[in-house]
Design a protein. Structure first.
Length: 61
């Protein structure tokens, strides 16, 4: 079960990466909202890297 929970940060990172492009292109999004989306993506990527670094993921990327 613990190995499957490690997939959540990876999936969230991919979804955030896809949505980040549309967030930065949206004219009605303010700068702080765009920055918040970017920071959330960085947090997800850091979590995914940490899981990979500590060998929590069942595979090597």
């Amino acid at each position: 079960m613990a190995l499957w929970s490690a997939l959540l940060p990876l999936v969230l990172s991919l979804l955030s990466l896809v949505r980040l492009w549309s967030a930065w292109r949206a004219p009605d999004f303010g700068f702080w909202r765009k920055l918040r989306h970017s920071l959330a993506l960085l947090v997800f990527l850091a979590a995914a890297w940490g899981l990979w670094f500590w060998n929590v993921l069942p595979w090597k990327l």
